[in-house]
Design a protein around this ligand. Structure first.
Ligand code: AMP
Ligand code: ZN
Length: 474
């Protein structure tokens, strides 16, 4: 295995990566809160972690990846216990149950991820908070036993003053407790010893729809405890990599460290990797609380292939803000079709020309250099340009290898173009749509058509009622 370097927020520096038990890498990611569709900013985060996971696998590691799905306890006031549960708020607005809302938006999230060819963990490693209440109870009991939490009528709180880990709370954000904005947690319960204390288990909220019995009374979990409980359940007490958007760092991750390390006495995370935000025009914030946010569906409706968004994100460094515009997505789509177009000209029988090797080395080096995906993409585009210039297209094996990280489905395109057989999952969607049309269920057939288009496949119906399908780059 070649050295791999990554920026660790804990040390604020690029470090050589050493997992605890190579070649295994244990990686945990703070996934979606499923009360609204995921916006392109959220999807950028998942893409960054997908690039990281694939780059590690490309380097020979075996990644065990866990991602949580928050379906309880995330309040409308992100960093506080104040406000209303986000899922319950949507449920009330839509006249549905919280579980229906969570199920609906989880399925939508999974569909968007499939359209982006994300290698998402599958259940149980894609894990819902409401399925892990017992694990949260045991962890809270351990924290209480060690004296780092206290029980009050309104909830079980983590005692921040008592917690003195290596540097106490603030090690990750590099903010001493005294320097932290008390406003962030101003609306604290009178039961708290300090406004910085955070809730592990909420009690005495009869207005909350989802409630469970617990050793301390009926209630529901705070937001932070789920991530510690689920990462320990599937990955053990010390994990190699923890990812999240940079907004998760100062409070959510800080609190995860405090509660995990106070319970186990061991380091919780070896490398914290945070992605920067996707922003709108002139740096406008893309967040659900901002009210207006772009979705993958909006891109598809504008006629842009969703895989262009994947490529757009690959072309930006994960630690840099990325400005999203439709023009930028269209420019990325041109690059996508350029690469797909090349796949049409390749011949799988040919062995690669020796000159291609240098490009593979440069690609590998770029990824190992703190996941420098823009540089890696530049190398791939240069490789294809050189093949055209030399009129020597014998680079197919190299392209397949780089696509294991790029994830642009080059091989799928190649196979279809050479064998005219769509991949099995696409064929299943085509069959379901034909069936829906037969039954004159046009709502369903349109939904399936959108799904096919989102996955990069055009649908054309001819006069005989039969359908033809082809990749969209044509
Ligand atoms: P949420 O569903 O709001 O809990 O967010 C899911 C993930 O997306 C978290 O890891 C966030 O840090 C991340 N995230 C939220 N907004 C953005 C954005 N505009 N750009 C990049 N990542 C984001
Ligand atoms: Zn989390």
């Amino acid at each position: 295995m070649k050295p791999f370097y990554i920026f660790n927020t804990l040390s604020r520096s690029v470090e050589e990566f050493h997992p605890l038990n190579p070649p295994e890498v244990r990686m945990y990611s703070c996934g979606p809160t499923v009360y609204l569709p995921q916006h392109l900013g959220n999807l950028r985060a998942y893409l960054c972690w997908d690039f990281l996971r694939r780059a590690l696998e490309f380097n020979g590691y075996k990644v065990r990846h866990v991602m949580n799905v928050t379906d309880v306890g995330h309040m409308t006031n992100d960093d506080e216990e104040a406000g209303e549960d986000k899922i319950e708020k949507t449920a009330r607005e839509q006249g549905k149950s919280p579980l229906e809302i969570a199920k609906f938006y989880l399925a939508k999230f999974q569909r968007d991820c499939a359209a982006l060819n994300l290698r998402l963990p599958t259940p149980p490693l894609l894990c819902r908070a409401t399925d892990h209440i017992a694990a949260m109870h045991s962890l809270i009991a351990r924290i209480l036993e060690k004296g780092y939490a206290y029980v009050t009528p309104s909830g079980v709180y983590f005692d921040v003053e008592k917690y003195r880990g290596p540097d106490g709370i603030g090690r990750l954000s590099r903010q001493r407790l005294e320097e932290q904005d008390p406003g962030q947690r101003l609306e604290h319960s009178a039961d708290k010893k300090s406004p910085h204390d955070f809730v592990l288990w909420v009690l005495d909220r009869s207005d909350h729809l989802l409630q469970w019995d617990s050793p301390w009374g009926r209630g529901y979990p705070g937001w932070h405890i789920e991530c510690s409980a689920m990462s320990m359940e599937y990955l053990g007490e010390t994990i190699d990599i923890h990812t999240g958007g940079i907004d998760n760092m100062p409070v959510h991750h800080e609190d995860e460290i405090a509660q995990s390390e106070s319970a186990t006495g061991k380091p919780f995370v070896r490398y914290f990797v945070h992605n920067a935000f996707l922003v709108g025009k002139e740096g406008a914030k893309i967040s659900k609380s901002a009210g207006k946010f772009p979705l993958l569906d909006d891109l598809v409706a504008a006629g842009v292939n969703p895989m262009a968004f994947r490529l757009l994100c690959f072309g930006a460094k994960y630690r840099s803000e990325l400005a999203f515009t439709l023009d930028a997505a269209r420019a990325a789509e041109k690059q996508l079709y350029y690469l797909w177009g090349f796949a049409a000209t390749a011949n799988a029988e040919d062995r690669d020309s020796p000159w291609a090797h240098e490009y593979l080395e440069r690609f590998t080096e770029a990824l190992s250099d703190d996941l420098n995906t823009p540089e890696a993409l530049a190398v791939v585009l240069e490789l294809v340009r050189t093949a055209y210039r030399k009129s020597d297209h014998r680079i197919w094996s190299t392209l397949k290898l780089v696509d294991s990280v790029l994830g642009l489905r080059l091989e799928e395109q190649f196979r279809f173009l050479h064998e005219s057989v769509p991949p099995a999952d696409i064929q299943a969607l085509i069959d379901a749509r034909t069936e829906a049309r037969k039954k004159k269920d046009f709502g369903q057939s349109d939904a399936l058509r959108m799904e096919l288009v989102a996955r990069g496949w055009n649908v054309k119906d001819n006069r005989n009622g039969t359908s033809m399908y082809e990749p969209r780059w044509n």
